[in-house]
Design a protein around this ligand. Structure first.
Ligand code: ADP
Ligand code: MG
Length: 688
């Protein structure tokens, strides 16, 4: 039998009646598969003795597994319940066992006897106590005292012991002889356990190392299924659903002529790739990756012009109001002279303007609408939506993107991302997307010079900034918090300090997410117009803000930001022709890893390389575009930790498919687990 055939109701197990059934259901356990995939939170190593005193060196809380004497019994009132307390002592310390609902233990373990005790103890109010412990006779203790014990999430009346008993029964009945879909050579190549062994290693491990191996073996299968699905969807998408078409190019050519600069080679190449999609008979689902400032937006506008000329509408969506407005302003400069009918749409549009706007959209009187996620909403209708552009795609979920796409009939979709991930990775996560890359920045840009400074040396940084301000340039100061908690510098406090004592001769402004959109906009405008020289901010300035005259980016507590975020922030400067600088001010008590991460930024300005390093160093929560999006929420595998495993699973999936393309048919028996080891919400990040 295969694991996925075990969708046998849990009630089939002995002793699982309605009430226990309900407790299990609440944990998401309905079938034997669910039971097997209910993973322990942690493991307790009860093969070794751990004395009571040891918890003091573990911050006052920890697992104890010891041999002790019962010294005395005491009773106390817990509400209206008289409750037993057993005082024990081992060779290192004494402790109290609080026996809520277990007064019967008094008879079994009178003062003077020896006991085996295992449980979690805490040190509080000068006493060491436990209320969740196991007790046994020391001469022949149960295996709870001599094995590696999995500790599961519980609910209701379910206890660890009971759950383990159910699992033992279930495993003996259904788990031992499961067939394995992976071939032996595949298992050998990737060091994976057979499925039955993997389940045993997770639920009945013989060593503390086994569970990891078991988990990895299951995760591989899950990722493998996911990859097959991603590849299948990718192929499905390549099915022709429309006749090849030609859309005119005149408008685009006129736009290119009107530009004060030539397009880069990468921009031309990406446009050519996009054009192939536009003309082809299966809809575009393309990810355009490129560093901040690499000119993605321009490529998107130029792509849209072919649709405009073909009387097909474009929706262009950005993650924030600020960014959407900026795109709209740029579009107006470039496109309005060509007669393109533009509109801006966000939740902030006053009601009386909204109606006519919506009407114009639905009548096809707008060619390109630029806006925020408000474009998703019900009331937005299009006459003929054929092109959807989504900026900073990782900030939107697949569902949201689908909502917008559904407003047209199989529209072409262009996703843009300024947090590039390596191509191989992009393909394995967004495997059903095609990928275009803008690798080089437009010529004439000087790379931003990046310096690391320890906290304590900020004065040097500030005086450097002062020098830039004297030259007429502007600066950003970014902090991790809006308001202080005492430990970290925060935007509000530093705003006052920078204004009063450090740059009294310049105007300092403050922007953060707690200000209204209106306030944010007016402060940004002041900064754009150089009425403010120093802008103090949180990471809100991360996306999109474009002020070429700003040449300094100071990020204090840089260690608090992810690599990708730092790179984005740095991308706010270096947008004009003058040399720009980024200063990463960090806490000197950094771990080596954190320091190494910051060094990566100093050494390179190439977003693709930073992404690779990011992946290598695995900074916490740093794989923007993968984790942030919550796109890939598996039941066993975890990203980004299991990224390498994912790549391996992809390799194996591609290899198998090459051997036998028929495997892609879902009914194929050899891949029956495709649909079964269910990746919970995992939808490929790709095409809606
Ligand atoms: P991205 O969206 O990738 O961050 P943008 O499209 O906003 O980049 O471009 C950043 C800036 O570079 C804009 O001011 C844009 O006009 C300019 N730009 C775009 N392409 C070129 C080019 N080929 N040469 C010079 N400047 C360019
Ligand atoms: Mg951009």
């Amino acid at each position: 039998m295969y694991l996925e055939e075990l969708s046998i109701p849990i009630a089939k197990l002995q002793g699982v009646g309605p009430s226990l059934g309900k407790d299990l259901n609440r944990l998401g356990i309905h079938t034997i598969i669910d039971l097997f995939l209910h993973l322990p939170r942690r493991y307790e190593d009860r093969t070794k003795l751990i004395p009571i005193i040891s918890i003091l060196s573990k911050g006052g809380k920890g697992f104890v597994n010891t041999l002790a004497f019962v010294e005395a019994h005491e009773y106390f009132w817990f509400g209206s319940q008289k409750t037993l307390k057993i005082l024990i002592r081992d060779a290192t310390a004494s402790a109290e066992l609080v026996c809520y609902g277990r007064n019967f233990l008094a008879n079994k373990y009178p003062p003077g006897v020896q006991v085996r005790v295992a449980g979690t103890f805490t040190y509080q109010y000068k006493r060491i106590q436990s209320s969740s412990f196991d007790l046994d006779n020391p001469t022949h203790p149960s295996e709870d005292f001599s094995s590696i014990l999995p500790i599961y999430p519980l609910s209701g009346k379910l206890s660890q012991r009971l759950l383990r008993k159910i699992l033992r029964q279930g495993y003996a009945k259904y788990g031992i002889n499961l067939k394995d879909e992976l071939s032996e050579s595949c298992r050998a190549t990737y060091a994976l356990l057979p499925i039955s062994e993997a389940l045993r290693a997770i639920h009945f491990p013989k060593s503390m190392e086994e569970p990891d191996l078991g988990r990895r073996s299951l995760a591989f299968r899950e990722l493998f299924s996911f990859q097959i699905e991603v590849i299948r969807r990718g192929m499905e998408r390549k099915v022709a659903i429309r006749p090849p078409r030609q859309l005119p190019l005149t408008l685009r050519q006129r736009a290119i002529h009107s530009l004060p600069f030539p397009l880069t080679e990468d921009q031309y190449r990406s446009l050519a790739e996009i054009d192939r999609d536009i003309e082809g008979s299966c809809p575009m689902a393309r990810l355009l990756q490129g560093d901040v400032g690499s000119g993605k937006t321009l490529v998107a506008f130029l792509a849209a012009l072919r649709f405009t000329e073909g009387r097909i509408q474009t929706a262009f969506m950005a993650p924030t109001e600020l960014l959407a407005r900026q795109h709209a302003d740029n579009a107006a400069k470039l496109l309005e002279p060509l007669g393109v009918r533009l509109a801006f749409y966000s939740g902030k549009i006053p009601l009386k303007l909204r109606k006519p706007l919506l009407q114009a959209l639905s009548k096809g009187e707008v060619d390109i609408v630029i806006g925020t996620h408000a474009l998703f909403s019900e009331e937005v209708r299009f006459a003929n939506l054929g092109f959807v552009v989504i900026d900073e795609q990782h900030r939107f979920g697949v569902d949201q993107r689908k909502k917008l796409a559904d407003k047209g009939i199989h529209p072409d979709i262009l996703l843009m991302s300024a947090t590039p991930i390596p191509r191989t990775l992009a393909l394995s996560v967004f495997g059903d997307l095609d990928v275009s890359e803008l690798k080089s920045l437009p010529p004439g840009r000087r790379p931003v010079e990046t310096h690391l400074a320890r906290i304590g040396n900020e004065e040097k940084v500030y005086s450097w900034v002062e020098g830039e301000l004297q030259k007429g340039h502007q600066a950003y100061f970014v902090y991790p918090l809006i308001e202080g908690d005492g430990d970290l510098k925060d935007a509000e406090t530093m705003y006052e300090r920078l204004q009063k004592s450090i740059f009294p001769r310049y105007r300092v402004g403050l922007i953060h997410a707690r200000l209204s959109e209106e306030e944010q906009r007016s402060i940004m405008e002041d900064f754009v117009k150089n009425r403010i020289q120093v802008l103090v901010a949180t990471s809100i300035v991360e996306v999109g803000v474009d002020v070429p005259n700003a040449t300094c980016m100071v990020i204090e507590h840089a260690e608090r930001f992810g690599l990708a975020a730092l790179h984005q922030l740095r991308g706010r400067v270096g947008r004009g022709s003058a040399q720009s600088y980024a200063f990463l001010v960090y806490d000197p008590n950094l771990t080596d890893l954190a320091k190494e991460r910051l060094k990566v930024l100093k050494e390179t300005t190439d977003g693709f390389r930073i992404a690779e390093q990011d992946l290598r160093l695995r900074g916490p929560g740093d794989m923007v575009g993968v984790r942030q999006s919550g796109l890939l929420d598996f039941s066993i595998a975890q990203l980004p930790e299991d990224m390498e495993l994912m790549m391996e699973a992809r390799k194996e999936a591609l290899r198998l498919l090459e051997e036998d393309p028929g495997l892609l048919r879902p009914e194929h028996a050899g891949l029956r687990f495709i649909l079964e080891l269910r990746f919970k919400n995992a939808t490929s990040g790709g095409a809606p």
